[in-house]
Design a protein around this ligand. Structure first.
Ligand code: DGL
Length: 356
């Protein structure tokens, strides 16, 4: 009698455990981690030295440092590249964007986390923000300390990125970067410090939110066009138009504009002084580049915050230039490359710079 009671008790207990495991498994979403390299996959000589090699360890080794992500998601990992992001390039961008689009079109994939070096993270984030055709969360994550350092920031950042990717509140917000417990929008991303773990900011608009106790808390929403509301589509492209950035400073000459014209670039972004102003020599050379060679010119600024506004000191309409508004030179270059896949009419390009 007693043994039949304990048999039944054990049977009920086992059933409850199996059902709750099943419910838990059903609730867990599938997140793909696409690795591209950077410090987050970097290896130092010792735990305390500053020097290290970016992109040294594989995605599977990297994820061993943060086993907790398996409690919140089904993780699948792929190595897309393994480079320091100073070497990020159009080929990897196109490969990444196409793979993200492919994966997100599958109904069983809930979101993507991309590990990336921090040097050009803002450019890749913006490129994906304009070329991913899905509302599902896409989060970039990096670290400022290599995986072998004391207090490496990578594992915590990866955990927070996965936690943000699985949250329903993260849907439809555009591509984001999660680092240092902050959620940052690709619409206004800037690396602001060469070494600090808190390097990333949204200097014009402020962060999208924070990650607290493994949950995203959003405090702003972007009004800029992105992802499924973007007009740009690179899925059938295997090349992007060449666009260069030219800096203005005291005494800046036409030297680099001439070189760009000779190299047959399709577009030039200026990193001007103040409100996107440029020396007269630069301005004259750029006006000729537009008129004689059909090169698209967008004025941006080397100043970190504030718009490069139309209708100020430069007569943009007279020269056929566009003004970048809140896009810094690096995002402006990405947007102009994509704009040039559709048009080189400066009025259309100006519209795009007002909307994205
Ligand atoms: N070379 C840098 C890069 O991959 C390392 C810096 C970093 O990831 O923080 O961007």
């Amino acid at each position: 009698m007693k043994s039949s009671f304990s048999y039944k008790f054990l049977w009920v207990l086992a059933t409850i455990m199996l059902v709750s495991l099943g419910i838990n498994a059903q609730q867990k979403k599938t997140i793909y981690i696409l690795a591209t390299g950077g410090t987050i996959a970097g290896q130092g000589a010792t735990e305390v030295t500053a020097g290290y090699k970016a992109g040294a360890i594989s995605v599977n080794e990297l994820l061993k440092a943060v086993p907790e992500i398996k409690d919140i998601a089904f993780i699948k990992a792929e190595q897309v590249a393994n480079i320091g992001s100073q070497d990020m390039n159009d080929d990897v961008w196109l490969k990444l964007s196409k793979r993200v689009n492919e994966l997100l079109s599958q109904s069983d994939v809930a979101g993507i986390v991309i590990t990336h070096g921090t040097d050009t993270q803002e450019e890749t984030a913006y490129f994906l923000n304009l070329t991913v055709k899905s509302e599902k969360p896409v989060i970039l994550v990096g670290s400022m300390r290599p995986s072998t350092a004391i207090s490496a920031d990578g594992p915590r950042n990866i955990y927070n990125a996965v936690a943000t990717a699985v949250a329903t509140e993260s849907i439809g917000r555009g591509v984001m970067v999660v680092m240092d417990d902050k959620i940052l929008g690709a619409d206004d991303l800037a690396k602001t410090n060469t070494l600090s773990v808190g390097t990333f900011q949204n200097p014009n608009y402020g962060p999208l939110g924070i990650v607290y106790n493994g949950k995203p808390i959003f405090t702003r929403q972007t009004l800029k066009r992105h992802t499924s509301n973007s007009e740009f589509d690179v899925r059938a492209l295997d090349k992007l138009p060449r666009v260069e950035i030219i800096l203005s400073y005291s005494n800046a000459t036409d030297l680099f504009v001439d070189a760009a014209v000779k190299a047959h670039v399709k577009g030039i972004v200026t990193a001007g002084v103040g409100n996107g102003n440029i020396t007269t020599a630069l301005q004259d050379a750029l006006a000729k580049a537009v008129k004689n060679h059909g090169i698209a010119v967008v004025r941006s600024s080397r100043i970190m915050t504030g718009p490069t506004a139309q209708w100020d000191e430069v007569a943009d309409d007279q020269y056929g230039f566009a003004a970048s508004w809140f896009n810094n030179p690096y995002r402006s270059r990405v947007l102009l490359m994509l704009a040039l896949t559709k048009t080189n009419d400066y009025k259309q390009i100006q519209r795009m710079f007002s909307e994205y």
